[in-house]
Design a protein around this ligand. Structure first.
Ligand code: MN
Length: 678
């Protein structure tokens, strides 16, 4: 009998004094990183982790995941929090339990491969700030992307956990690419690189129980280091897969505290503790301690985050993952993107296109950033492509992937697409085969010179080096050069309570009475009418902007990317939006939400011109041209970031740039006029 075999002893009390198991399953808690990343868009604030931090340190976790993944991006961009400060703060409360972070290898905590000098400095600083375990993965399972960061993890005396990104091309493990032999071979590579443990990183919750069993058994036989299973609940299989992995001898499992578990997150810890109680793989955890932590989370923390939970469905299992093997986070991204573009009705086309795009791009695993790369290119193909040419708008990242800048794909990229994507590619039209970072010029000194005094220390420089646009914005907030906007400020429990009371009042119809006491102003000429459908009821709502600069509205066909428009002459500037914008008020219309109003373009005094419009909502990364510059049709004018991907938007016609309507860092709605070419 092996030490991993489950032996159940006599039933016993679940007190903490029970005898220690011979070979306890070790647990990493993900509540403070992947948990809120999966359920609450990574919006968890440090101040909401502190109330449970000391209690969590007492549980006996093998590690707590506190950093990495999307936290670095989200914190500085949306929460006005210094990412480095979070490690230091939590370390003051969690003193015994090691910290783990998710490191995207040469991608660090961003969405592209950074230069070696930035990668080295980043890992060094993460270790110095208190990170203990570096869970390292590469989206393509190309371990050449580990070659720079691993020696730094090792020389800092830290734990290098190497990941196998678990991916499928069919419903279960096997087939020509992602079969058992593939994973065993990759695991041996990791051990050879000095991995202190190996993690099966099942980011989409695809691993089926018997595949988990077979894989853990095979890995345990092939390598000596501990085997760790990371899975998501998304498909509903993860708790079963965990149990089968335990039977196969897995050493470490990932879980969340109950309020942060399930849905697209991870299995909960408490059922696992109970399931293993009294066996030779007993975790040894005191379930009452876990319950006490949950109570604090439920009462003091989660009311602030509940509104971020996608509760549009009763089911907590995503059937689409079982049908399409698409990661949950990626799916919700796609749905949001389509919603913003008013094209949710194209979702089935997206499902059909996605495996084709993935195959064209070399059957890469779907994990950040490849899930975004495949996802947004799929949306682009569906919205802008046609049967003759699906790839009418190729993102900058797909071009980079075709060049080899992310690494080697599992199977070769479609050569026709590769050729098209690399036409005019600035680094060259011939793809590389070397380690990607070898062609990336050093970036650290350049970043230091660019950010100058706005960066006080190397940690600040790294924020800027990783995220030039939003990082700079954050540093300006941090050092009081600019007032942070309202939406990045934390909300208090009192504010939440006041909001809930308001909603309760509205539901009880009490807000209407209050409104009646106020005399309605006369209807102005800028009044716009919307039809609102709520559960079969239909309302007509008039909306009029009060004050503000006059704006010109005009109809634009969607989703054409660019088009020539006649700018309305000045006298019409105050005309109401065309009536065509409003759906006919004809019940029994289906209770579908009304289409969002067309975004309004800020007008300039240009009589006529060709406009370059935002094909999707996003953030301006940069303008490549300025007012007065001559452009040729097809020249890149604006780089727009949408869904974390950069899109180079070309000039729709030859001409001179007459107006530039936004600046770097501005968020723009779909169809916003980014510039006018005359
Ligand atoms: Mn994950």
């Amino acid at each position: 009998m092996s030490e991993h075999d489950i032996v159940t002893k006599a039933p016993m009390e679940y007190g903490k004094d029970r005898p220690k198991a011979k070979n306890p399953v070790l647990i990493e808690d993900l509540t403070l990183r992947d948990g809120h990343q999966s359920l609450f868009a990574t919006r968890g604030r440090t101040e909401d982790m502190i109330p449970v931090a000391e209690m969590m340190d007492e549980v006996g976790f093998w590690a707590v995941e506190t950093w990495g993944g999307a936290t670095f991006d989200t914190m500085h961009r949306f929460l006005n929090e210094d990412p480095w400060e979070r490690i230091r703060t939590l370390k003051r409360y969690i003193k015994k339990t090691p910290f783990s972070m998710l490191l995207r290898a040469q991608n660090l905590v961003g969405y592209r491969n950074y230069a070696d000098d930035v990668a080295r400095a980043f890992v060094e600083r993460a270790a110095a700030n208190g990170m203990d375990i570096f869970r390292t993965f590469d989206a393509l399972n190309d371990f050449r992307n580990f070659e720079t960061v691993v020696p730094v993890i090792k020389s800092s005396g830290k734990h290098f956990q190497g990941c196998l990104c678990y991916s499928l091309t069919e419903p279960r493990m096997g087939g020509e690419v992602y079969n058992l032999e593939y994973y065993v071979k990759k695991a041996k590579e990791l051990e050879k690189m000095g991995a202190d443990s190996i993690c099966i990183k099942d980011m989409a919750g695809l691993i089926a129980p018997y595949d988990a069993y077979a894989m853990v058994k095979a890995l345990k036989a092939a390598v000596k280091v501990p085997i760790h299973l990371h899975s998501h609940f998304t498909s509903g299989m993860a708790p079963m897969s965990q149990l089968k992995a335990i039977e196969a001898g897995v050493d470490i499992l990932d879980t969340c505290m109950t309020p942060y578990a399930y849905r697209t997150s991870h299995p909960a810890i408490e059922p696992l503790v109970m399931a293993l109680l009294g066996t030779n793989r007993d975790t040894g955890f005191d379930i009452r301690k876990l319950a006490a932590i949950n109570e604090v989370l439920e009462k003091d923390v989660l009311p602030k985050y509940k509104h971020l939970l996608d509760d549009s469905k009763v089911s907590i299992i995503d059937i689409n993952v079982l049908l399409h093997q698409t990661p949950g986070g990626m799916l919700s991204n796609l749905v949001n993107q389509l919603k913003e573009m008013d094209a949710l009705d194209r979702i089935d086309d997206v499902y059909a296109e996605l495996p084709k795009v993935r195959k064209d791009l070399g059957q890469i695993p779907l994990v950040t950033p490849t899930s975004q790369i495949v996802g947004i290119q799929t949306v682009n193909n569906v919205l802008f492509g046609d049967e003759k040419d699906r790839y009418k708008m190729i993102t900058a990242q797909v071009k980079d992937l075709c060049y080899g800048l992310y690494g080697k794909t599992a199977v070769p990229i479609n050569s026709e697409l590769q050729k098209k994507a690399l036409k005019g590619y600035p680094r060259g039209e011939k793809p590389i085969s070397c380690r990607p970072a070898e062609v990336i010029e050093p970036e650290l000194e350049k970043a230091k010179q660019e950010i100058k005094d706005l960066a006080v220390d190397i940690d600040d420089v790294l924020i800027y080096a990783l995220y030039p646009v939003t990082g700079k914005k954050f540093l300006r907030w941090k050092y009081g050069k600019e007032e942070p906007p309202e939406e990045v400020k934390p909300r208090t429990l009192e504010q939440i309570k006041a909001e809930q009371e308001l909603i309760a009042k509205a539901k009880a119809g009490k807000l209407v009475e209050k409104a009646e006491k106020k005399e309605a102003p006369a209807r102005g000429e800028r009044l716009r009418t919307f039809n609102v459908f709520i559960e079969g009821d239909y309302y007509e709502v008039g909306v009029e902007e009060v004050g503000g600069a006059p704006v010109i509205s005009y109809m634009q066909q969607v989703p054409a990317m660019v088009q020539t428009v006649q700018m309305p002459p000045a006298p019409q500037a105050k005309a109401p939006a065309p009536a065509a914008e409003v759906k006919p008020a004809a019940p029994p219309a289906p209770p579908a939400p009304p289409k969002a109003p067309m975004p309004e373009a800020v007008a300039t005094d240009v009589g006529s011109g060709v406009t370059l419009n935002a094909p999707m909502p996003g953030m301006i990364v940069s303008y490549e041209k300025k007012v007065g510059d001559s452009v040729k049709k097809g020249d890149t004018v604006v780089v727009l970031e949408a869904m974390k991907m950069e899109n180079a938007l070309p000039a729709p016609a030859d001409g001179v740039i007459k107006a530039v309507n936004f600046k770097s860092g501005d968020s723009v709605p779909k169809n916003a006029v980014l510039c006018i070419i005359g």
